[in-house]
Design a protein around this ligand. Structure first.
Ligand SMILES: [Zn+2]
Length: 298
């Protein structure tokens, strides 16, 4: 299993799917094709699928082994989930071997001790639950499920995220409510820590309550950046917001702060949707930033 280390913590990626995603002009309303000419590295086939003109889009969980704990960060789209919104078509009624891939990494569902959802969008909470005898049950029965308190509040009753994206209501029903009702959820605040090496930070913009997670161990830093960054093109052009961002004013400032932090700390960033190799460092360039993909160890 390919992995990398941040100090004493092993980080691996469990793939759910890796396919051409959206047309960049759809995903990023501010996109201009001139960007691909200015930064030819963005045409790397790992990031851009020339035949369809779409960006490559990965759905995955990050798997962390921290001492005896097994932590999953975000849980993809999930199987057998009915998704009625047109923008959610790629996530509708999937049947993918995600749990087999987790097993190949040596992890059974009952081994997972923490599931962290950076935010409660359709492609980040799916494997929280699985369909068993017609009911949605927690996939990871012994795990504590961790979300931001603000994020959760925004998706309940007439919260601002639910108002901004009403099609997320069915996601909350099948992938969030069952773990809440099972008593498995811990709500956290920015600044809270977990297992000594993880710190939650507030990363508003894409959703108002989105969290990032800073992993710091033995002087090394990893940043789990959720959807502050969807694509490498947002590293060279941090002004680009997706059409799914709730707050177009705050998203770029959160992104720029993250890029500055990553460059300064020489951190490995672990986004949720980048094409292979899916993670890397952020280097300063004159007037901006460049993405430096990591090499995984087998
Ligand atoms: Zn996402």
């Amino acid at each position: 299993m390919a992995s990398t280390r941040i100090g004493g913590v092993e980080v691996a990626r469990i793939e759910e799917m890796l396919t051409p995603g959206f047309d960049p002009a759809f995903l990023f309303p501010g996109f201009s094709a001139a960007l691909l000419d200015e930064f030819p590295e963005l045409r790397n086939p790992n990031f851009f699928h020339a035949e369809t003109g779409k960006v490559m889009s990965s759905m995955h969980s990050w798997l962390l082994r921290i001492g005896d704990d097994v932590v999953l960060i975000d849980t993809g789209c999930g199987n057998h989930k009915h998704r009625s919104a047109k923008a959610f078509q790629r996530f509708h009624m999937l049947d993918l071997p995600f749990l087999d891939r987790l097993a190949a990494a040596g992890v059974r569902p009952e081994d997972v001790t923490y599931v962290i959802n950076t935010h409660l969008h359709v492609d980040h909470v799916g494997w929280n639950t699985a369909l068993v005898d017609g009911a949605w049950v927690p996939t990871f029965p012994r795990a504590r499920y961790v979300f931001g308190a603000r994020e959760y509040a925004n998706w309940t009753k007439d919260g601002r995220s639910l108002r901004a994206q009403p099609e997320g209501g069915e996601v909350i029903e099948d992938s969030v409510r069952p773990v809440v009702e099972a008593g498995l959820v811990d709500l956290v605040e920015p600044g809270d820590r977990l297992l000594d090496v993880l710190t939650f930070t507030h990363a508003p913009g894409h959703t108002d309550g989105q969290l990032n997670i800073r992993l710091e161990c033995d002087g090394a830093v990893g940043l789990f950046t959720a959807d502050v960054l969807h694509q490498p093109m947002q590293i060279v052009c941090p002004e680009l917001n997706t059409r799914f961002c709730e707050d177009n004013e705050r998203a770029p400032s959160t992104r720029k702060a993250l890029l500055g932090l990553a460059a300064e700390a020489n951190a490995v960033i672990f986004p949720q949707h980048f094409g292979a190799p899916h993670a890397g460092r952020v280097a300063n360039t004159r007037g901006g930033y460049r993405f430096e993909p990591i090499t995984w160890t087998n």
